[in-house]
Design a protein around this ligand. Structure first.
Ligand code: MCN
Length: 796
């Protein structure tokens, strides 16, 4: 061994299982016999806004095979209270969360109104059809314009539909803009979209009467969060609830919300019926009752000098937070604090209103507020370049933070009340790399040749900086078995990011054991009960660091035990390929598995009694060398808790061609330069970037939630909601890496999971604009919209 795995393109160990169809998802979990498991279904509001006058369940109560039917009236105690507001903020003056089952009013199409548990899903759905709800429809507030007009209110007691209003100032932007030689104003918007994991939400629960324990299997990004929420709502001790997260078919942010009403209803129903109860979301339910994001409108004023250096930037934006605010202000706060990207405007003011609308709730979706911020900032830089007639990369270069300016304090305060400080990076080097990779300097000639053939082509750039690896903590437990295999547990859940591989690389390196001997367990509160969750591109930084620290503890102990067993000085020992060796004397060694036996007095006694102890060949040991004041077992446990985020960065460049007749937009080339610090596994990082970029193309060209004015979601199916297929993703994506290690964590890592999605709309909008010669200010953009823009532009 002793070959370092950190930084190697190790193939993902989990893929064999997935590719062979051996993944085991929540819907595959068999708690009891199939017939003993009951199935739940949820009656959802057909109205975007209505008063509930009456709910009649009398036709359902005595239905054969129906075990229970609940409305809000049937819930008691904490279950009858609104769901928790997960991330409060002082500026959130009018935060609202929904009830588990709607009480008095419904505020979006899809809000849970009644809940049925039956022998099977068919019966449960039939029963829903027999529940009669009498509604008094109310005017719906749909979209930012309608929310701002405030002719109607989503919540009677929230004036102007404003959940929160927030402002931050760095210097004096309005004065600087007024004094600047050039001033521009822009209006820029991004539409509502959502994460579409192939596996929707799902939960199975079983209550054990004998032990008064609840077991919950759920598809989540935060098993410990679900555990805490379920325990609180069902008024149980944390120790009474186990949450197990089996394989998860994607999350992309939507599965960090906890608890969903369905989680609480299913777990409570399991308690009441004494049988296992299952809920599996269908696709339509995912569209209308999970969560969305992105919808924002931005007004920008920018003042700049002749070189395009920003003197003052004033951003005002309006964020559509949907009907409730379970995630507080996290999305608009991220936009407002990370919009600046790699640039350093001399003065910055940002203000936003977070607005209620009668639409699905908003929670962070991969990128979380950054695609919008990046779009706003990058479009502004492009507009400056166009105004001054300068090259777009030159204006960027003029505004970049320089490598010797790190740590760089943007002067802004993040959600947690702490200053936002960039830790490391090299943005000028990155700009040079992306220029080369896409062929920026050669493009003008290509464009001229293409135009001579009647083709329209354009090039665009999108640059971002992303705070990753947020705290407060993440832990790991590393346990060496007597076989020498290493079991590692993290409380984090995994949705396809390749954690089993990457974390095994970290532990295998630290302990110098073969990687195939390391098994990583995720998302099981029985194995690791303290954890925060997988979101905000934090797993590699947080859990990767915790894994390393925990493995170091196990290593320290192994060296201590081995020193005693080998009668050597600890300083003369080293770990080699699953054993501890005296330096320079390879035959004088002891296997880690043997040390695990020695560390456990009882196992040692058994092995010695059965002569198996002779395998130790370490002299005649009368007692295991575990010290009296040492803990038994060969293991290490540690938590990593940084005091601030580490900032990854990247630049994307796109070359597009737009069809002169049909206005179809085709991506000809796509290039990415990316810096996520030191990479544990560059192949996984590239996979993450490719996946994120594909999702970004969806956001740029296809995906939007098409609500009508009454709040009905018109495209709530995969027949109607467009997503990019492999045919829409460029065949070749050039990815280059820059590794500026983070000084904040022991391995120098920054996050990578969301990065790919962030600048895609900005880069593609810029490329389309360059091809067409008029401004692109709103994304996504469809061929029909581009066609209309052409017409309007031609009329002027
Ligand atoms: N990695 C690495 N070296 C680094 C950084 C990351 O090798 N310097 C590896 C990590 O070990 C991990 C992967 O890259 O295997 C992503 O790491 P990280 O950036 O820490 O992101 P998380 O693991 O915390 O994953 C969350 C992130 C988010 S926020 C969303 S949303 C998202 C994403 O990951 N959802 C995903 N990627 C996804 N990928 C899949 N397949 N499915 C989802 O739901």
């Amino acid at each position: 061994m002793s070959t370092q795995l950190f930084g190697e393109k190790v193939p993902r160990v989990e893929d064999q299982r997935f590719l062979r169809g051996q993944g085991r998802y929540v819907d595959d979990v068999l708690v009891d016999t199939p017939s003993a498991t009951l199935h739940a279904a949820v009656l959802r509001s057909p109205h975007a806004h209505a008063r509930i006058l009456d709910i009649d369940v009398s036709d359902v109560i005595d239905m054969d095979g129906v075990h229970l039917v609940w409305t809000h009236e049937d819930l008691a105690g904490a279950m009858a209270e609104p769901l928790p507001l997960l991330i409060p903020h002082p500026a959130l003056t009018h935060g609202r969360t929904q009830y588990t089952l709607a009480k008095d009013t419904v505020n979006y199409v899809g809000e849970a109104v009644a809940f049925v548990v039956a022998d099977d899903r068919y019966l449960a759905e039939d029963a829903l059809g027999r529940i009669s709800v009498s509604y008094e429809p109310l005017p719906a507030v749909v979209g930012i314009e309608s929310a701002r007009a405030a002719e109607n209110l989503v919540h009677d007691d929230v004036p102007g539909n404003v959940a929160a209003r927030m402002e931050q100032n760095v210097g004096d932007a309005p004065t600087a803009i007024d004094a600047a030689p050039h001033v521009l104003e822009l209006d820029l918007s991004i539409e509502r979209s959502a994460a579409m994991p192939l596996e929707g939400r799902g939960t199975v629960a079983r209550w054990d009467h004998d032990t008064s324990r609840l077991q919950v299997w759920t598809s989540t990004q935060a098993s410990t969060g679900v555990r805490a929420a379920v325990a609180a709502k069902l008024e149980l001790d944390l120790g009474q609830v186990d949450v197990i997260c089996p394989d998860t078919g994607g999350g992309f942010g939507v599965k960090i919300n906890h608890p969903w009403p369905e989680d609480l209803l299913v777990t409570r129903a399991a308690q009441v019926t004494g049988q296992a109860v299952k809920f599996t979301e269908d696709r339509r339910e995912h569209f209308i009752s999970a969560a969305h994001e992105r919808a924002q409108e931005h007004h920008i004023r920018v003042g700049f000098d002749d070189q395009g250096r920003v003197q003052g930037l004033d951003v005002e934006f309006w964020h559509d937070n949907g009907a409730y605010t379970p995630y507080g202000l996290i999305v608009p706060i991220i936009t407002s604090t990370q919009l600046l990207g790699p640039y350093k405007p001399a003065n910055y003011r940002v203000r936003f209103d977070s607005l209620y609308t009668n639409t699905v709730i908003v929670t962070p979706y991969r990128g979380a507020g950054r695609p919008q911020g990046c779009f706003a900032m990058e479009r502004t830089i492009d507009a400056i370049a166009a105004h001054l007639g300068l090259d777009r990369t030159a204006v960027r270069a003029a505004n970049l933070i320089q490598p010797d300016e790190f740590p760089y304090d943007q002067g802004l305060i993040f959600q947690d009340g702490r200053p936002l400080i960039y830790d490391s990076g090299d943005y000028p080097a990155m700009l040079e790399k992306i220029r080369k990779l896409i062929g920026w300097d050669e493009f003008e000639q290509f464009k001229a040749e293409a135009e001579a053939e009647g083709r329209r082509v354009g090039i665009g750039l999108g640059c971002y900086v992303e705070g990753t690896g947020v705290g407060p903590y993440e832990g790991a437990h590393v346990h060496v078995e007597t076989s020498g295999k290493v079991k590692v547990a993290t409380g984090l859940t995994t949705q396809g990011q390749g954690h089993q591989t990457a974390f095994a690389q970290v532990v295998a390196d630290t302990l110098d054991v073969p990687m195939e001997d390391v098994e990583v367990v995720t998302g099981d509160t029985r194995r690791m009960s303290y954890s925060v969750g997988t979101f905000a591109s934090r797993a590699a930084v947080m859990s990767g660091s915790a894994m390393h620290l925990a493995a170091l503890r196990a290593k320290e102990k192994a060296l201590r035990l081995a020193a005693d067993a080998l009668e050597a000085d600890e300083a003369d020992l080293k770990m080699v390929d699953g054993s501890v060796q005296v330096k320079g004397s390879p035959s004088n060694s002891i296997a880690l598995g043997t040390l695990a036996v020695l560390s456990n007095p009882l196992r040692y006694a058994f092995d010695k009694a059965s002569q198996a102890a002779t395998q130790f060949s370490v002299g005649d040991q009368d007692k295991p060398p575990v010290d009296e004041d040492d803990e038994p077992g060969l293991e290490g446990r540690d938590f990593y808790s940084p005091n601030r985020s580490t900032f990854a960065s990247g630049m994307h460049a796109a070359i597009v061609e737009t069809d002169p007749e049909t206005a179809e937009i085709k991506i000809l080339r796509y290039a990415i330069v990316h810096d996520c610090g030191r990479m544990i596994n560059p192949m996984i990082v590239e996979g993450q970037i490719h996946g994120g970029m594909a999702q970004g193309i969806g956001g740029a060209l296809y995906e939007r939630m098409a609500y009508d004015d009454s709040g009905q979601l018109l495209n709530a199916s995969f027949m109607d909601f467009l997503m990019p297929y492999v045919t829409e993703i460029p065949g070749e994506i050039d990815v280059d890496h820059l590794e500026t290690p983070s000084p904040l964590n022991p391995l120098g890592i920054k996050g990578a999971g969301e990065a790919g999605v962030i600048p895609v709309s900005a880069a593609i909008a810029a490329a389309v604009e360059n091809a067409e010669g008029f401004s692109i200010t709103s994304m996504p953009i469809s061929p029909a919209e581009l066609y209309d823009l052409r017409q309007r532009h031609a009329e002027h």
